[in-house]
Design a protein around this ligand. Structure first.
Ligand code: PLP
Length: 443
């Protein structure tokens, strides 16, 4: 493949204020990606990088899909944009009906936005509005979980549980509490699939209810598999227990499926995989294969119906985005669903998951590896950190992997892997081999 013409120089890297990046460090030694196809990226110099992370957990159907390109181009030709307030366009209704048809249980309404962060803030607002609409307006508390990541809006960082994402922003939303995280390496290290221990951590919700009273709590939000602190699948029975406690106390349960949605676990959604239906579900990323930004909140019938009250001429939810259900995003999302279905990609992820599991757990003997977790086509690998330099080893392993031709995600001294669902066994072998070498090189 020929490299692109534009070769960035040190000079023109300065203006861009990069997100979630050590700007000065990066600009001294940039890692640039210029082309992508299938399970690969290419740097501007033409070096091939295997994509071990589906971009940022989002390019589930692989890069450069012709069908998606064509659908976006057709839509652009037909109509670039239509207002989303008090107006509609056919593709938004079409895609909502398709999503409703593939969702488990009676999750059968879709609200759209442009990112996972917006999806989370939208879901929290829908939960509060619903409690108020049913006469329970005192329920204003939101419960998140330690080590949770729910994007970067003020709602999302408030319920989120990662200190670095919270410490710069003061008090955030008031009235938020957190469940304990479920990472128990002393009991669960090197679990294959869901860990055995930790179901009792869901009972902490009872403690929180006892402290604040159920009449003050609107919703609980968790990622079925927490992604951003290194992939933490839920202990066996944990999500079921959370569901029971929420039901008992009239609390809405929100699953943030921004990374688990659209096939990552080998099922359409984690809700289906675990057999636990949340009241609201947030999605983004794989919804459009990351071609056009898109997010969504899927809502159960009783929540939607509960908001459809009052006079018909009154707006039921004073919330929305200029680009809600953007025509290009809807066109992309439709083409992506066709690919998922025609190529059986969710089943493919399920079929590959035991090969993947064996592969990632083969890294147990790599130097300084202290835990490995996996479920579906994703994994987290914890390395022992260096004394007085938390995260240094993880960063070095990430950089080494990139130099050796693999993209991994790094958070502190943990590496996360989540390849596109089109990955072949040979690619998995390559991902595992380079990850092992990078871990060794950073030892
Ligand atoms: C579980 C979860 N929720 C929300 C988000 C935020 O999504 P976005 O970056 O599209 O705003 C992410 C992003 O990684 C995520 O993993």
């Amino acid at each position: 493949m020929t490299p692109p013409v534009t070769q960035p120089t040190a000079n023109n890297l300065d203006a861009y204020f990069m997100p979630f990046t050590a700007n000065r460090q990066f600009k001294k030694n940039p890692r640039l990606l210029a082309k992508a196809k299938g399970v690969h990226y290419w740097t501007p110099e033409g070096r091939r990088i295997i994509d071990g992370t589906a971009g940022l957990w989002c390019v589930n159907a692989g890069h450069g899909r012709e069908e998606i390109k064509a659908a976006i181009a057709r839509q652009l030709e037909e109509m670039d944009y239509a207002p989303s307030f008090q107006m509609g366009h056919p593709k938004s209704f079409e895609i909502a009906a398709r999503h409703a048809a593939m969702l488990p249980g009676d999750l059968n309404h879709a609200f759209y936005c442009n990112s996972g962060s917006e999806a989370v803030d939208s879901a929290l607002k829908i939960a509060l509005a619903w409690q108020r609409a049913r006469g329970q307006g005192t329920r204003t508390r939101l419960i998140g979980r330690e080590r949770g990541y729910h994007g970067v809006g003020f709602g999302g960082i408030s319920v989120g549980g990662m200190a670095n994402n919270r410490k710069q922003w003061g008090v955030m939303l008031p009235g938020v509490d957190h469940l304990p995280h479920t990472h128990l390496p002393a009991k669960n290290a090197f679990s294959r699939g869901q860990p055995e221990h930790g179901v009792e951590l869901a009972d902490e919700l009872e403690r929180i209810v006892a402290l604040h009273d159920a009449s003050t709590i609107a919703a609980v939000i968790v990622e079925p598999c927490a992604g951003s602190t290194g992939y933490l699948p839920p202990p066996k029975g944990y999500l079921q227990r959370l569901r029971q406690i929420c039901d008992k106390h009239g609390i809405l349960l929100i699953f943030d499926e921004v990374i688990t949605g659209f096939g990552r676990l080998g099922a359409s959604f984690a809700a289906e995989f675990f057999g636990v239906i949340p009241d609201l579900m947030t999605v983004a990323k794989g919804i459009s294969n990351a071609t056009v930004p898109m997010g969504g909140v899927f809502v159960r019938k009783h929540v939607y119906d509960g908001l459809m009250n009052g006079p018909e001429n009154v707006v039921e939810l004073f919330h929305g985005y200029t680009y809600s259900a953007h025509p290009l995003a809807c066109a992309a999302a439709g083409a992506v669903l066709d690919i998922y279905k025609d190529e059986g990609l969710f089943q493919r992820a399920a079929d590959l998951s035991s090969y993947w599991e064996d592969g990632v757990h083969s890294l147990k003997s790599a130097p300084g590896v202290i835990d490995i977790r996996n479920l579906g086509l994703a994994a987290g690998i914890d390395m022992e950190g260096r004394k007085d330099a938390a995260g240094a080893r993880g960063y070095e392993a990430f950089v080494k992997a990139f130099e050796m031709g693999l993209m991994v995600r790094q958070t502190a001294d943990t590496l996360a892997l989540s390849p596109p669902l089109i990955v072949e066994k040979g690619h998995i072998d390559e991902i595992i081999e380079i990850t092992g070498k990078a871990i060794k090189a950073a030892a």
